[in-house]
Design a protein around this ligand. Structure first.
Ligand code: ADE
Length: 239
C-alpha cells in the first residue's frame, strides 16, 4: 500500500515514521510520501489561502494550488481522503475498507478548509471521501491523518505481531472490549478475577463476552442497537 499526505506542515507527519508505522515502512509493507503544499505555489509569499467568497471569518485554501498538487500526487488507483469536521464519521469498518486500497492520498486542509471545487473536481476522476475523526474541531487535518493512518496500517497483514489482536479488539464484534489483566495476581489489594485463572476456556470466553456487553451497555448504549440481527445469543440477553 502507498500513502501520500499533502500538507503545509510536513513535519507534523514525522510520527508516521516512528514505532509501528516506521517498522511497516522499513519492512516494505507500506510506502509513505509527505508533500509540502507550498511546493506548488508560484508567488514570493508562497500563499496558500485567500478570503472566503460571501464573507465571514477565516481563510479558504486556494484551488489553483491544490489542483496541481493533487494532479501530481494522485494516480490511476487513488482514493482521496480529505479530513474535515464536516465529513462522514471515520469508523473501524472504514479502516478495514481503506486497508484494502492500493493508494490513499490525504489532503490536509487548514484554516476554514479547502475550496470545495478542489474536492468536486477530484471526484470526477477518483473516489473522494470527506471524513471526520470525531465531533470536535481540530486546527487542521494533520492529526486526523495520523489517527486514520494508524487505524488502517495496523490492519495490514504482517504489521501487528499477533493477528488476533486486530481480530479481537474493540468494534470487531460491534462491542467494546472488556478489561484485561496481567501479573501479579493481587496488586494494591486488587485481585485479578478468579475466572481468568480457572483454566476453563469456555467459562473465560463467556465471562469476557459478558464484560464486553456490560461495558458497551454502560458506555455506548447506542452500539447495542446497531448490532447485526442475530448477533446476541440467549446468554447475552440475560446480561
Ligand atoms: N479537521 C479539523 N477537525 C477535524 C476532525 N474532527 N476530523 C477530521 N479532520 C478535521
Amino acid at each position: 500500500m502507498r500513502l501520500d499526505v499533502v500538507t503545509i506542515f510536513p513535519e507534523y507527519l514525522d510520527p508516521l515514521r516512528a514505532a509501528l508505522l516506521g517498522r511497516a515502512i522499513d519492512r516494505g509493507l507500506i510506502e509513505v510520501g509527505v508533500h509540502d503544499l507550498r511546493n506548488w505555489t508560484h508567488d514570493v509569499h508562497r500563499a496558500v489561502d485567500d478570503a472566503p467568497y460571501g464573507g465571514g471569518p477565516g481563510m479558504v485554501m486556494k484551488p489553483q494550488i491544490w489542483g496541481p498538487a493533487l494532479d501530481d500526487v494522485c494516480g490511476e488507483n487513488t482514493r482521496l481522503v480529505v479530513p474535515t469536521p464536516a465529513g462522514r464519521p471515520f469508523t473501524q469498518a472504514m479502516a478495514h475498507r481503506y486497508a484494502a486500497e492500493e493508494h490513499l492520498v490525504f489532503a490536509c486542509g487548514r484554516y476554514e478548509g479547502i475550496d470545495q471545487r478542489v474536492i468536486d473536481d477530484a471526484a470526477r476522476r477518483m473516489p473522494v471521501d470527506e471524513v471526520s475523526i470525531g465531533d470536535y474541531v481540530l486546527v487542521g487535518g494533520e492529526a486526523a491523518v495520523l489517527v486514520m493512518v494508524e487505524a488502517v496500517v495496523r490492519l495490514l497483514p504482517g504489521v501487528l505481531g499477533n493477528a488476533r489482536s486486530a481480530e479481537e479488539d474493540s468494534f470487531s464484534d460491534g462491542l467494546l472490549e472488556g478489561p484485561s489483566y496481567t501479573r501479579p495476581e493481587v496488586w494494591r489489594d486488587l485481585a485479578v478475577p478468579d475466572v481468568l485463572r480457572s483454566g476453563n476456556h469456555a467459562l473465560i470466553d463467556r465471562w469476557r463476552r459478558d464484560q464486553a456487553l456490560e461495558r458497551t451497555v454502560r458506555r455506548r448504549p447506542e452500539l447495542i442497537g446497531q448490532l447485526p440481527e442475530g448477533s446476541l445469543d440467549k446468554h447475552d440477553l440475560a446480561v
